[in-house]
Design a protein around this ligand. Sequence first.
Ligand code: SAM
Ligand code: FES
Length: 350
Amino acid sequence: MKALIDKLRRDRVLSREKFRALLENRDEDAASYLFARAREVREGVYGKDVYMRGLIEFTNYCKNDCYYCGIRRSNDGAERYRLTEAQILDCCDKGYALGFRTFVLQGGEDPYYTDARMCAIVRAVKEKHPDCAVTLSIGEKSYETYKAFREAGADRYLLRHETANDGHYKRLHPPELSLSNRKRCLYDLKALGYQVGCGFMVGSPYQMIGDIIDDLLFCRELDPEMVGIGPFIPHHDTPFRGEAAGTMELTLFLLGVLRLMLPGVLLPATTALGTIHPLGREKGLLAGANVVMPNLSPTGVRKKYLLYDNKICTGDEAAECVQCLKRRIDSTGYTLVTARGDYKKDPEKL
Ligand code: SAM
Ligand code: FES
C-alpha cells in the first residue's frame, strides 16, 4: 500500500486498477501513511494556514428535485426563505469584522434571483469589500449568465459534479438533470477564469468504488482549484430517507487521495463531515483539507437550510462559530488566518 501511495504522490494519478487496489485494500496503516504524505504536500503549498469562507445561505427555494437534498422542490415540509440584498450585505459586514475575506453565496436554484438581481448583489458586496473574494454556488446556468456574474465581480464558483458516472447520476437526480450539462457548466466556468470547485458526496446511495474512481479521474481531468467532498447524510423528507450515511473513514481517505492528486487544491473540511463525527472537521484537516466554511447566515434562517438531518452549527451566532473553529483548528497544529485564500499553484509545477 505504501508503494501505491508513493506512486500516487509522484505521478498524481493511478490507473483504474491501481486506484481500485488502493481503495479496496485500505486500512488504518495505509490511511495514516496517506495522511502524513497529504500533510507534507499541503504544508509545502499552504504552510500551516487554514482559510475560512463565510457561507451565506441566502435562499432555500429550489426548482430542482435532487433525490438526496432536503431543500428539493417536492419537500413541502421545508419552510422557505429568501434574504434581501441588504440582509446579505449585513452578513458580509459582520463576517468582515470577524476576519472573513471570502464570502460564499449559496442557495437553491431560485429563479427569483434573476441575473440582474444576482449581478447587483455581487457588485454591492465587491464595492463594499473590495479586498474580499466572492464565491457563488447557485447551480447550473448558461455560459452568458456565468459571464455576467464574472463581469459583476464573482471570483469563484462551487458546483459539485455530485458523481462522474452517468448511470449513478441518473439514480440521484430526476431525468431533467444530466451529468453532461453539469460538466458543461464546470468547463464554461473554467473558460471564464473562475476558480472552480467540483466535488461529490461520499457514500451516496448506489455509489460503488468504480463511481468513486470516475470521480477521482474527473477531478484529474478538470483540474479544479477547489474540491468539495463530504459524506452523504439522509434527510427525513426525501426519497433517500432510509439510506445509510457515508462514512467518515472513507471521506478522510479520499481527502488524502485528492491532496496527493491536486497538491494546490483548496479542500474544505465540510460541515457534513463535522455532522457525522464531533471531530470530523479536525480529522479532515489532518487528512489534507485546508479550508473551513463556517456559517454566516442569520441565525433565524439557519435551521431552514437543512440539506440533511442533524446539521451542526444551526443555532450559533457567527462569532461563536469562529471562536469554536479557532479552538478546534488550534488543536490540530494548524492556524486559522484572515486572508482571501486564493488558489496557489503547486510550487513543483511552477
Ligand atoms: N444549488 C447549488 C448546487 O446545486 O450546486 C448549491 C446548493 S446544494 C444544496 C449544495 C450541495 O449540498 C450539493 O452540491 C450536494 O452535494 C450537497 N448536499 C445536498 N444534499 C445532501 C445530503 N443529503 N447529504 C450531504 N450533502 C448534501
Ligand atoms: Fe459552529 Fe463550532 S463551528 S459551533
